[in-house]
Design a protein around this ligand. Structure first.
Ligand code: AMP
Length: 329
């Protein structure tokens, strides 16, 4: 059985939310536990600058917090290499070389680029860095010769672009890079409390660390079936975001009951939301316990990152050696 390499990253732009947990992190943990995969997961701190370049004060703190969240969600540093992008300078060199061979229209037609520019009107995203970040992402992936990239559905156009850039490099210089495949999780697009995609940038997130009143308040404000104005109106679970969260957090029996009762107006939205808050609290309990542990063992967290950086750097340096030889530079 040949070992395949897995690579994925997240931007340290704030606390992790349930979209990150179900769309990416759970998938990362599953992959690490399959023995034919060698997993590399990185903190994409340079990527955080692409949209948050004006306010970098939180990045360092966010890096440690995010790694704590990863470990708390079940990533095991004995099985997975956890590292910080900006510590491995070879990513930047490969990014520069790839930027030479990437046609501009490939970046301009990227749907995620267009969507974010439309949604984030409060920031000036007309920068070279923001347009070009999928090229940096391509460098992040192929420098480890990754075969699989576990991501949420929003990242699919970027993985596609990575594939095109890798093919172009292999064609122009030498066949160095495998063409990576996206690996989509069971929850490719979790919606936030306002019904849009859950995103740190949209202020609609339920965070992994949310508990008690904070969590209840968010769940109580979640959009439900818009046609269900009163408790006596029958609901449609298939279009209700609260129901989709029950599918992630509630027991099979309870999901069935809610499905039936909602349709015949036997259970109201408030009761349904209360039950959900209780289930999420229960579901995240062990994650919160591990967060507590790591927060009081910060040296252990730093050692894990140091060790991961060293492991990643070794591979990145070896690939860059091959790349420089192929490009003759
Ligand atoms: P980001 O916060 O953009 O760095 O995303 C980190 C990872 O979480 C990526 O793999 C995303 O695809 C995934 N992700 C982010 N938001 C969601 C969401 N609402 N639903 C599913 N996956 C998501």
């Amino acid at each position: 059985m040949t070992t395949k390499r897995i690579l994925s990253g997240m931007r340290p732009t704030g606390k992790l939310h349930l979209g990150n947990l179900h769309g990416a992190l759970k998938n990362w943990v599953n992959l690490q536990n399959e023995n034919n995969y060698e997993c590399f997961y990185f903190v994409a701190d340079w990527h955080a600058l692409t949209s948050d370049y004006g306010d970098t004060g939180q990045i360092l703190e966010n890096i440690t917090d995010m790694v704590i969240d990863w470990l708390s969600a079940g990533l095991d540093p004995q099985k997975s290499t956890l590292f910080v992008q900006s510590k491995i300078k070879e990513h930047a060199e490969l990014f520069l070389l790839l930027s030479m061979i990437t046609p501009l229209p490939w970046l301009e037609r990227n749907p995620t680029y267009k969507e974010m520019k439309e949604e984030l009107t409060n920031r000036d995203l007309s920068t070279f860095g923001f347009l070009g970040y999928p090229v940096l992402q391509a460098a992040d992936i192929i420098i480890y010769k990754a075969h699989g990239v576990p991501v949420g559905v929003d990242q699919l156009p970027h993985v596609e672009l990575t594939r095109e850039i890798a093919r172009r490099f292999n064609f122009l210089y030498r066949e160095i890079f495998p063409i990576p495949e996206p690996l989509i999780s069971d929850v490719p697009k979790l919606l936030g409390i306002d019904g849009r995609k859950m995103s740190k940038s949209y202020g609609n997130s339920i965070f992994i660390s949310d508990t008690g009143d904070e969590l209840s308040k968010k769940i109580m404000s979640m959009f439900t079936d818009p046609q269900r104005m009163r408790k006596t109106d029958p609901g449609r679970p298939e279009i209700c975001n609260v129901f989709s969260f029950h599918q992630l957090y509630s027991e099979e029996e309870s999901i069935k009951e809610i499905d039936v009762e909602c349709r015949r107006a036997g259970i109201g939205c408030i009761e349904c939301k209360k039950r959900l808050a209780a289930r999420i609290t229960e579901g995240l309990k062990s994650v919160h316990e591990r967060q507590e542990y790591y927060r009081s063992h910060m040296q252990e967290v730093s050692d894990i990152i140091e060790d991961g950086n060293a492991r990643a750097e070794k591979i990145a340096k070896a690939t860059l050696g091959e790349v420089r030889e192929a490009v003759k530079i």
